[in-house]
Design a protein around this ligand. Structure first.
Ligand SMILES: Cc1ncc(COP(=O)(O)O)c(CNc2co[nH]c2=O)c1O
Length: 410
């Protein structure tokens, strides 16, 4: 994997920020986009923009073919059994809310239990919290370890005959931990529970195989995997999706509409009401082609090297405390940390003055911040276009920020 050739594919990396070359370390929030994705969007809007599925003209057929071809690419990318199991949504948040609305709120009742962890992003916590409040089901939490890992014995203990639904992030967007979702799915299924995997932070970085994981649902965001914003995926086992009634009604998703009753189109279209994000789906298809050209194994290896280097270099700064597992192999491409006596927002501001973009805040994980006993943290996240030189720039900026803010203790 020639890193410079890859970097040359991302026009934004040529940007100067505050007089410095951009060092983009915020891919966990959203990834940058290669020419291939930008060109796919330009080509669609320039040459065959049209609405899909009902057109009787050439542009409509071209747009429909491209839209459904993108769906087939997603199916292959996550190794789903068939394209009917791939529902296009706005992103992970929309996918998780669709499951909450059309499965959990419909099928769970008083006395049932929903199981998550306190490491979840708000979009994989609030939908189940509100569904529990609405249905009378009980929301419970799997205990986590100080380093952000999960012990399978704790999962075994937490899942009971009352557990009907488990939802867990594949990779924590704060701790960076890669969770053993395949083993957790097996435990859930042994107790008759359904499992949903939040793959927002894993789909861009790990080779996913939903049949091997045996998850029942999976939520993905296109913008985190060099695709456009506003497009994502809900994968669902066909047997489950068939049982679910849509909650967004209108065009595209109907079969027959009478004055007082209607019937729905077959999967996946019954869940795709209204004009879809056609360009976004086509852009996501181009993103998948781009990532597969590099190879998910190569991506994982590259990020593992970067995380190892980042952990090594950040650990040398005594004012830095790092959250998450010490073992790089247990992590995906991000490192969350704090610097003593420097607020993460101040840190991010100083780094930005040097062209370095990191994320600071609670990362939509307020329960986790409380568990860590901090109001916010700083996070550097890496992707295919980052280098060890980017990490060197981060370390240099951190040291500058520390000297700037720690004048009192010096
Ligand atoms: C684990 C996880 N789940 C769900 C989401 C929601 O994805 P969306 O629907 O595409 O917004 C995010 C976004 N995480 C972050 C967005 O910005 N900083 C982040 O860490 C995430 O990291």
């Amino acid at each position: 994997m020639n890193i410079q050739e890859i970097r040359d594919q991302f026009p934004i990396l040529k940007q100067q920020v505050n007089g410095h070359p951009l060092v983009y370390l915020d891919s966990s929030a959203t990834s940058q986009k290669p020419y291939a994705v930008i060109e796919a969007l330009r080509d669609y809007y320039t040459n065959y923009n049209s609405n899909v599925h009902r057109g009787a003209h050439t542009l409509g057929s071209l747009a429909t073919d491209a839209y459904e071809n993108a769906r087939d690419k997603v199916k292959s990318f996550i190794h789903a059994r068939e394209s009917a199991e791939i529902v296009f949504t706005r992103g992970t948040t929309a996918s998780l809310n669709l499951v909450a609305q059309c499965y959990v709120r419909e099928f769970l009742k008083e006395g049932d239990e929903i199981l998550i962890t306190l490491m979840e992003h708000h979009s994989n916590l609030i939908p189940w919290q509100q569904a529990a409040n609405k249905t009378g089901a009980t929301l419970r939490y799997i205990p986590i370890q100080p380093d952000g890992t999960i012990r399978l014995e704790d999962v075994e203990e937490a899942i009971t005959s009352k557990t009907k639904f488990v939802s867990i992030t594949h990779v924590s967007n704060v701790m960076g931990t890669i969770h053993p979702v395949k083993q957790i799915a097996a435990i859930a299924h042994r107790h008759g529970a359904v499992i949903c995997v939040d793959a927002a932070q894993s789909a861009p970085h790990l080779q996913l195989d939903v049949q091997d994981l045996d998850c029942d649902f999976m939520a993905i965001s296109g913008h985190k995997m060099v695709g456009p914003t506003g497009i994502g995926v809900l994968y669902g086992k066909k047997a489950l999706l068939e049982q679910m009634t849509p909650y967004e009604y209108g065009g595209e998703m109907i079969d027959h509409v009478d004055l007082y009753e209607s019937t729905w189109k077959e999967l996946p279209w019954k869940f795709e009401g209204g004009t879809p994000n056609i360009a976004g789906a086509i852009g996501l298809g181009a993103a998948i082609d781009f990532l597969q050209q590099i190879g998910l194994t190569n991506i994982r290896q590259h990020e593992n090297q970067l995380v190892s280097y980042a952990l090594e270099q950040l650990s040398l700064i005594e004012e830095v405390s790092i959250y998450g597992p010490k073992q790089p192999e247990l992590r995906s491409g991000l490192v969350t940390f704090n610097v003593s006596d420097v607020h993460p927002h101040d840190l991010a501001t100083v780094l930005d003055s040097e062209g370095i973009a990191i994320r600071a805040g609670h990362h939509c994980c307020q329960p986790l911040m409380r568990w860590l006993n901090v109001s916010s943290t700083a996070r550097a996240s890496f992707y295919i276009y980052n280098t060890e030189e980017d990490i060197d720039a981060l370390v240099k900026g951190l040291k500058r920020a520390i000297s700037y803010f720690n004048y009192v203790s010096q």
